[in-house]
Design a protein around this ligand. Structure first.
Ligand SMILES: *[C@@H]1O[C@H](CO)[C@@H](O)[C@H](O)[C@H]1NC(C)=O
Ligand SMILES: [Zn+2]
Length: 999
């Protein structure tokens, strides 16, 4: 035992010594770039970037890729890649390599011997093995929600920080494969402290123009709200996507000619290849502005036999540089993206500025990658819901302290869900572009994460509520299934609110055909209603209990529900007679809104905002595009990535619908039946400022031989002048114009698909006075193809693969064999003036993304948590709620007594004027939390891997002025933390948990 102890201590000391060597001088940035290879100032320097692109699931699952299983699907094995690359780097000091996907790297790292780890540490600290990007995955940019993408970057970057210190910190962001690039992603990267950003995919017309105009590299000003250069990011478009130049692919997955340098060999090819190389280098240099260019030497899952690549690159470098003695002025070297960036920075040029984004992406005239904005809508919803549950889990892990992890319900943890969520951000995961079995595996990982969080949440609720109960998580409430509430005589409904504001919410639960009594946390009866909506084609009744509830900030309220001994009361929902017999318009309304339906068609006809006296005639219905299977002009079919309708006009699903009206004191609904596979409930609860449209679509029929892409479309007479607005990853809004791109003269070749944009959380149209906004509950594609109109694609079922590698048609299976997927979702519609709109949609979008988590508890086992402590029916983790502009973005356990805390100002500078919401806001964090007191607060960069005051980024001179030097980090007073519009501030707080918490 003692020997083991000393061995471990010695090993530790050894690591410490090496860590010290790695740490180097004070200024980490300087050190890092000083390790870069020498270049030739008077020559064209060609930086070879050996790299591998390892998808975190696509054709194979994450584990299949890591272990190299199922090579019959695709030959790929990440563990072998890392083994092979490290050996190749150790064999030759001049070689360099970058690695990107930290989930794979961490798997591999944890399986290495101490000696191997030590060798890798040295390679990393010598700059020969560098990390780029450093997220757990390389996340998608169109369909991700900003908070989830911050979470996944935080996970990856902090693995690197903990493992390698500052040596391991990536200096560049590297999104070489995502299918288009969002402005918010660039802004987040800038706030994470990256010096530059590299990617490969952009519209082919845009790329051509940039090559000609030498504008492949720019400074992206990625926020209109944050003060430059806070969200400025130097951005470089790679020359060949992320592939090597033609004929220079030397992986075992390629079949290009190796360099044969023996002049006696009949295969000798040096002269030809070297001339070719000199030639393509010179041509490429014409598209870039300095005497440095890059070549990405690698591709998908390359370097499994690293020797093949490196051996040929060694020769290439030696042979090309040997030409310098013959007057060649081309210098080739092993390099990394960070080292290339460093040379560009030293060149001290003035760069143009980009302010829009890189959506949509097209790689040809009929090849718009706008289908994946909607592909796999159920996975997209599950991902968004899982994001919410992870925040709930994170918060309770902090608020309940150690009692959350180990308690009466077992060991719970947020770690598994955090990792599963990070994996789900990958650009073939939430994007919906993986094979079906891989999509199933993403869902499996999320479900396993949910399980561990459910244990944690149970432990925490028992501890904070001082009562052990049988907690039940009804995970099928979306299809109105919950055995407990449907059968129990008595149960409790616990409403946990992850927002830092008090919320009100209408709880809706499937129940038995009885009357119920509902009591609030203080024991008072609250109004409730049971409504009964017979499912289509079924005699069965499906009663649902509705009652209004509220929950304090970062806390819960417990409602108790008791069945009364009377059978189903006379339903007061007074269902309207069938359409034909009804007279006059159908109307639903509450104190804020009225929605009127056309009596002849049953479709929405008008919305009125009663507070503002604003009426807008607007109709809404469902339509479908017939998915192209290729045609005479081009063989491109609609598929998982690509949206290509075969006609510009979609088919209406139905010109009129059967309706049913439900009205009682707690809800007013119009049920619309469009077809056997499409229905909708248009709903208003009291107090709600939005109209809720809950749609159910699927299985989309395909027996007629047509793939179908289903949209929900709103039509009004608003004069919108070709413009509409979409959010970027749930944050800032971008203006979109039909058949137009802000940075080049668009030749529009797909009038529908070429006008589709990602909608992460909202889309709106306005005539300058009136604004019609639709909030979504997941990412979808959306557009406005005619003035006054806006549409969202809700579901797609396709018969053809679109030839981008996935090799499957997007034919998601439903429950039964041979059936298709049914998807349910909600659109929230808001009608406002432009002055008042933001207040509603910003706050409602947060309420939607972080809606209260409902946990049920059955009676019988309601035993005290500890003797003498009375059960709590209400709890708040905050002493006071935060002001409306301030959102608590993250509250998560970071260490034994450290908490990760992010605060976000959710308004843009110009939008909250009417209610003064766009002002800077100051909050006092000192005694904000009831569970702990903050002893010390350290501000960090966005991903929490650098102390903000020590972080520095490379500066760039731009055509809009500069170099703009960054502002010094503001001094930190926990009692007065100020947030500017759209600002996110990240803190690590050392805390002491309140005694009372751990009875
Ligand atoms: C960069 O260029 C500007 C303008 O030409 C010049 O004033 C500045 O000194 C240069 N900086 C360096 C480090 O060379
Ligand atoms: Zn990829």
């Amino acid at each position: 035992m003692a020997a083991g102890f000393w061995a471990r201590l010695l090993l530790r000391l050894w690591f410490l010594a090496v860590a010290f060597l790695c740490a180097g001088a004070e200024d980490g940035r300087f050190d890092y770039y000083e390790l870069c290879p020498a270049t030739q100032p008077s020559m064209l320097n060609v930086h070879l970037l050996p790299h591998t692109h390892d998808d975190v699931g696509w054709l194979k699952t994450v584990d299949q890729y890591f272990y190299g299983a199922r090579n019959d699907i695709q030959h790929a094995g990440v563990q072998y890649i890392l083994d092979s690359v490290v050996s190749a780097l150790l064999a030759n000091k001049s070689r360099r390599f970058i690695y990107v996907e930290i989930v794979f790297f961490s798997y591999w790292w944890n399986k290495q011997t101490a000696q191997r780890q030590q060798e890798v540490r040295q390679l990393v600290c010598q700059g020969r093995f560098q990390f780029a990007n450093g997220g757990w995955v390389m996340n998608d940019e169109a369909t991700t929600y900003y908070a989830a993408s911050i979470d996944q970057m935080t996970l990856g970057l902090n693995f690197l920080k903990d493992t390698f210190g500052d040596c391991g910190r990536p200096r560049v962001a590297w999104h070489i494969d995502p299918f288009g690039h969002s402005r918010e992603q660039a802004s987040l990267f800038a706030q994470m402290g990256f010096d530059g950003y590299f990617f490969g995919r952009l519209d082919y017309q845009d790329k051509k123009r940039r090559e000609i105009q030498r504008e492949m590299e720019q400074v992206w000003r990625a926020s209109v709200n944050l003060q430059p250069p806070h969200a400025d990011l130097f951005t470089s478009v790679l020359p060949n996507g992320y592939n090597p130049p033609p004929d220079l692919c030397w992986d075992m997955l390629c079949s290009d000619y190796p360099l044969v340098d023996d002049p006696d060999s009949p295969e000798y090819n040096v002269k030809g290849l070297i001339n070719y190389f000199l030639n393509i280098s010179a041509i490429q240099a014409q598209h870039y502005r300095t005497n440095h260019i890059v070549m990405t030497m690698g591709s998908d899952f390359h370097y499994e036999n690293a020797n093949m690549w490196f051996k040929n690159l060694d020769k290439l470098i030696q042979l090309v540089n040997a030409q310098q003695s013959n007057g060649s002025s081309i210098n080739v070297l092993y390099s990394t993206p960070a080292c290339y960036l460093w040379e560009l920075n030293k060149a001290n040029l003035t760069w143009s500025v980009k302010q829009d984004d890189f959506f949509p992406y097209a790689d040809g005239p009929h090849q718009f990658w706008t289908g994946y904005f909607t592909s796999r809508p159920a996975l997209k919803r599950y991902e968004r819901l899982s994001h919410k549950f992870l925040q709930v889990c994170n918060q309770l892990e902090v608020l309940a302290g150690p009692a959350a992890s180990v308690g009466s319900y077992g060991q719970g943890s947020s770690a598994r869900l955090r990792q599963a969520m990070a994996v789900a951000q990958h650009h073939d995961a939430v994007s919906g572009t993986s094979k079906q079995h891989v999509a199933n595996d993403y869902a499996r990982q999320l479900a396993a994460g949910w399980e561990e969080c459910q244990v944690l949440v149970s432990n925490a609720l028992a501890s904070l509520g001082s009562s052990k109960k049988d907690f039940v998580f009804c995970n099928q409430l979306n299809i109105s299934v919950c055995p407990l509430s449907q059968t129990a005589n008595h149960f409790q409904a616990i409403l946990y609110n992850p927002l830092a504001w008090t919320i009100t919410w209408t709880v809706r639960l499937p129940v038995g055909a009885w009357a119920y009594n509902v009591r609030d946390p203080s024991g008072q009866s609250v109004p409730s209603e049971v409504i009964d909506i017979p499912a289509k084609g079924s005699e069965n009744s499906h009663p649902e209990l509705i009652f209004p509830a509220s929950a304090p900030p970062l806390g819960f309220s417990i409602y108790s529900v008791t069945r009364l001994s009377v059978r189903t009361p006379q339903f007061r929902d007074c269902c309207s007679p069938p359409m034909a017999q009804s007279s006059g318009p159908l109307v639903i309304q509450n104190e804020h809104l009225r929605a009127i339906f056309d009596p002849n068609t049953g479709l929405l006809q008008e919305i009125e905002n009663l507070d503002l006296g604003l009426r807008l005639p607007v109709s809404q219905s469902f339509y479908w595009y017939n998915a192209s299977t290729g045609d005479i002009t081009h063989p491109q079919a609609s598929g998982a990535y690509i949206f290509r309708p075969d006609k510009t006009k979609p088919f209406p699903l139905r010109h009129w619908v059967n309706t049913r009206l439900v009205k009682n004191a707690l809800v007013q609904e119009v049920h619309q039946n469009f077809s056997a596979w499409c229905s909708q409930v248009v709903r208003l609860y009291p107090g709600q400022r939005h109209l809720e449209l809950e749609w159910t679509v699927g299985p989309v029929p395909i027996r007629d031989g047509f793939g179908k892409e289903i949209i929900s479309r709103f039509d009004s007479q608003l004069k919108t002048n070709g413009r509409f607005y979409t959010d970027s990853n749930g944050r800032e809004i971008l203006e979109r114009r039909r058949d137009y791109r802000p940075t080049w003269d668009l030749n529009q070749t797909e009038p529908v698909a070429g006008n589709y944009y990602p909608v992460s959380s909202r889309i709106y149209i306005t005539d300058g006075q009136v604004q019609l906004t639709v909030l979504t509950d997941r990412s979808q594609g959306g557009s406005s193809l005619r003035d006054g109109s806006l549409e969202l694609m809700v579901h797609r079922r396709l018969l053809m693969d679109d030839n981008r590698g996935v090799g499957e048609a997007l034919l998601e299976p439903g429950d039964g064999p041979g059936t298709g997927l049914v998807v349910r979702g909600r659109h929230l519609v808001l009608l406002d003036t432009v002055e008042t709109a933001a207040a509603g949609h910003r706050l409602q979008a947060q309420r939607e993304a972080l809606a209260p988590q409902l946990v049920l508890a059955s009676p019988g086992q309601d035993v005290p948590y500890s003797p003498g402590s009375p059960a709590r029916t209400q709890f708040s983790g905050l002493r006071r709620e935060l002001p409306p502009p301030v959102h608590l973005l993250t509250l998560a356990l970071w260490g034994p007594s450290t908490v990760l805390l992010r605060l976000e100002h959710i308004f843009e500078r110009e939008e909250g004027r009417a209610f003064n919401l766009s002002q800077p806001v100051t909050v006092d964090l000192q005694d904000l939390f009831s569970a702990f007191t903050i002893n010390r607060l350290e501000e960090t960069t966005l991903a929490a891997d650098q102390t903000l005051s020590k972080a520095s980024r490379l500066q760039w001179r731009t055509s809009m002025g500069g170099p703009t030097s960054p502002h010094p980090a503001p001094s930190l007073d926990p009692s007065a933390v100020t947030l500017q519009p759209m600002e996110i501030r990240t803190f690590l707080a050392s805390v002491t948990w309140s005694e009372a918490w751990h009875r």
